[in-house]
Design a protein around this ligand. Structure first.
Ligand code: FES
Ligand SMILES: [Fe+2]
Length: 442
């Protein structure tokens, strides 16, 4: 992404109160970016007023926790479509569109077969992990391609990593942003909690924002920024932009509210201590990573979280978590570790589920009310979403709603479809044309 697309300087910069964001850009002679932005603002607003609902294909999403997929097929709703997950006899996870092309049976209610295919519960047509129809039960001695020429189903690439099953929901896996690295997973110095999942009744952008900004930390979680004049104002932070996300690091002084339990022993006093706090956002998995040196700088005690968000539809989000620590490694403390971290998720969930409108307004600053410094991450987030939209990956919800109202099912396109675009019973979900920007008239 170019600096001007991003509306921010592409180099590493300090986006805290002492400079950054557009102010930083001004210093480098880029004030026209701010002017352009102001000119585009009404268009951005108008885009939202037209009911835009950004949900993207061509992204790796967490489809389930590994432990949730055993020997039975699992129906999973993502991006407003239905999918079936199942395991081949060797254990490999398969992800297919759940809607049988024959007469719309739900494959997830069918049976896994020894040859690695799944049989539809209605007339037992079978499909394998490549989306190929391998058998039609009533004509078992005939080639399915002779009986129903061209019959097939969308099949999506999968990976099983870090205790989760990931599915690539799109038709351009070669352009996929990579799944985030999780070095703590194989590091004996770290101990993880179990994976955790829950459903939030909110749009996935709202859900993600609940942890992306720093200003909410003192307000929602009671983590005050101390040893400075205003405990509600985050200290300067440094943002680094990448093609598929951004990193943030800052060093707030915090004291930890005492809540009882072993966790209180992390600090020997109530005195505020400077901590190192790192955060990463990555598009794949709509992933957020946080690493806080919880015992204070130099303590070497790190609490780490990974949070993944999968849109079930545009108003409901599946949230997945795993937490790590490299201190208090006794297994009996796992529960408290999970509880402490989920306590914050509870607070974020309450905020996100009560937010209006139900779907987050689109664009880097839809109402012109964002503060340029503290809201830098939200702007970077929308810039990333904007670049996916420009690549033609955003679902056109309005066109899709019309198709649904007319009684049609639509499937998320897969690599199988891209390779063999003809003869599909269910057309693919409509998407915006390549080159559409958030500011473009629709
Ligand atoms: S509906 Fe699936 S086999 Fe007939
Ligand atoms: Fe939060």
């Amino acid at each position: 992404m170019s600096a001007h697309q991003a509306g921010l300087s592409a180099h590493q910069y300090d986006a805290g109160r002492n400079g950054g964001g557009f102010s930083d850009c001004h210093e480098h002679g880029c004030s026209h970016v701010a002017n352009l932005y102001q000119r585009l603002l009404p268009l951005v607003r108008r885009t939202w007023e037209r009911g835009d609902r950004p949900v993207f294909t061509n992204v790796w999403y967490v489809a389930a926790r590994s432990e949730d997929l055993q020997d039975k097929p699992l129906k999973v709703r993502m991006l407003g479509c239905d999918f079936v997950l199942y395991r081949e006899p060797g254990g490999k996870a398969v992800c297919l569109s759940n809607v049988c092309p024959h007469r719309g049976g739900s494959l997830a209610h069918g049976k896994c077969k020894d040859d690695g295919s799944i049989a539809c519960p209605y007339h037992a047509w079978s499909f394998n992990g490549e989306g190929k129809c391998t058998q039609i039960a009533s004509r078992r001695d005939e080639d399915p391609q002779d009986v129903a020429p061209g019959v097939k189903i969308d099949a999506y690439p999968t990976e099983e990593k870090y205790g989760f099953i990931w599915a690539f929901l799109g038709d351009e896996p070669e352009n996929a942003a990579p799944i985030i690295e999780m070095p703590e997973f194989d590091d004996d110095g770290f101990r993880s909690t179990t994976t955790h999942s829950e459903v939030w009744e909110t749009n996935y952008h709202w859900a993600k924002f609940s942890n992306l900004d720093l200003v909410h930390l003192p307000v929602v979680h009671g983590i005050k920024f101390q040893n400075q004049d205003n405990p509600d104002s985050p200290p300067p932070f440094e943002l680094t932009e990448h093609d598929d996300g951004f990193d943030l690091v800052y060093y707030p002084s915090t004291s930890r509210p005492r809540k009882g339990g072993e966790w209180d022993k992390i600090r020997d006093s109530d005195e505020a201590k400077k901590v190192e706090s790192r955060m990463k956002f990555r598009v794949a998995g709509i992933s957020l990573y946080g690493k806080v040196e919880i015992g204070g700088v130099g303590s070497g005690m790190h609490n780490v979280f990974y949070e993944f968000s999968t849109p079930i539809d545009d108003q409901t989000t599946a949230m997945y978590y795993i937490f790590f620590r490299n201190f208090m490694l006794q297994p009996e403390l796992d529960e408290e570790h999970l509880k402490r971290n989920l306590m914050q998720a509870r607070q974020d969930k309450a905020i996100a589920e009560a937010q209006q409108p139900r779907i987050a307004p689109v664009g880097p600053d839809p109402n012109g009310l964002y503060t340029y410094d503290e809201d830098s991450e939200i702007r970077l987030y929308w810039n990333l979403m904007g670049s996916m939209r420009e690549r033609g990956w955003q679902i056109d919800r309005k066109a899709w709603a019309e198709a649904l109202a007319a009684g049609h099912y639509r499937a998320i396109p897969s690599p199988v479809r891209k390779k063999d675009p003809k003869g599909w019973v269910h057309d693919e979900v409509p998407r915006y044309a390549r080159g559409t920007t958030f500011a473009a008239a629709e």
